[in-house]
Write a protein that binds this ligand. Structure first.
Ligand code: ADE
Ligand code: ZN
Length: 324
């Protein structure tokens, strides 16, 4: 089974590049940038990862991201993730980045963008991995700050396919960002949004109706509203599900209770992804393996999940057809 999952050509559609910062790299970059960390050792970092909900994770994630300072740092971070993609037969990846996490510490947009983008270009050349970049707004910050970030991104639009919404979901509904998303759409960006991870089905509805998203990131709480499940299935609006993340952050009590198989069998376009693999204990294949072991997918269901990942991607139809 391990080999079967490793061999499947896959696309990853829900991956925060800052969430791929492994503890060893956190130490290496802190040293390179002459920053001190509140940890003695790599093991100490791992032992500090007591995650119970989204906010407990976000606190660690934003703290870790502070070691990312130069375009070389962003290049190295992205390149390390792309090598993982190569090892795990991920042929296409759509990566989120959080420019506000860096801009608020004085790291300018072009530094972040160029570092990530040059690793993506090298991955195309040397690893034959294609990619798209998705700019995420931090939903716990203001709509004005998001608009400002969108304006900073406009000169780089050729390299950014979509905008998204991440960070603390509760009390930060999609409606807060309706104008920003309208502007992004009018500038030609596609849209996605995290929804139904921490908050309920109503946030998924408003991401669809107010932000006109092409996909919902997570979306697993859609089952709280049968009419929404029917709509997602009818419209084939993809969900980018992240099983290990959901268990670590308490969205489900354990992997056996995860609803990804149920959603697939209800006809939804679900995909498997890793979210923040350095924090949640596994990259994409570890996510496939965890749900396979717990929920017993058939081989044809695993193939369907992998095909869904290409179908739900922002590749052109001709590019998708190579994998379907
Ligand atoms: N930022 C990084 N990972 C996230 C997640 N799973 N949900 C919301 N914001 C995030
Ligand atoms: Zn996420």
């Amino acid at each position: 089974m391990n080999q079967f999952i490793y061999g499947l050509p896959k696309a990853e559609l829900h991956l925060h590049i800052e969430g791929t910062l492994e503890p060893q790299m956190m130490f290496d970059l802190a040293q390179r940038n002459h920053l001190s960390l509140p940890f003695e050792s790599v093991a100490d970092v791992q032992n500090s990862y007591h995650l119970s909900n989204l906010q407990s994770f976000l606190d660690l994630y934003y703290q870790g991201a502070q070691v990312l300072c130069t375009d070389q740092d962003f290049y190295d971070l992205t390149w390390a993730y792309l090598q993982k993609c190569y090892q795990q037969n991920v042929r296409h990846t759509e990566i989120f980045f959080d420019p506000q996490t860096h801009g608020d510490r004085g790291i300018d947009f072009p530094v972040v963008y160029h570092g990530i983008q040059s690793a993506l270009q090298d991955a195309k050349t040397y690893l034959n991995i294609s990619s798209h970049l998705i700019l995420c707004f931090l939903r716990d910050l203001s709509a004005e700050a998001a608009m400002n970030t969108l304006e900073q991104a406009l000169p780089y639009q050729d390299g950014i396919i979509a905008v998204g919404l991440d960070s603390a979901e509760l009390h930060n509904p999609p409606s807060k960002f309706q104008q920003v998303f309208e502007r992004a759409k009018s500038e030609g960006f596609l849209t996605v949004a995290h929804g139904g991870e921490e908050a309920g089905a109503d946030y998924i509805w408003s991401a669809i109706n107010l932000l006109q998203v092409s996909r919902i990131d997570h979306g697993v709480r859609c089952t709280e509203d049968p009419a929404l499940v029917t709509y997602l299935a009818q419209q084939q609006i993809p969900l980018t599900v992240c099983p290990l993340s959901n268990v670590k952050l308490g969205v489900f009590p354990d992997i056996n209770s995860h609803n990804v198989k149920q959603l697939l069998e209800l006809g939804l376009c679900v995909t498997i992804n890793s979210d923040d693999p350095a924090y949640f204990g596994g990259y994409i294949n570890e996510n496939y393996l965890a749900v396979q072991e717990a929920l017993n997918f058939t081989n044809s269901q695993l193939i369907q999940l992998a095909k869904n990942s290409f179908m739900a991607s922002f590749l052109s139809q001709a590019e998708k057809d190579k994998y379907l």
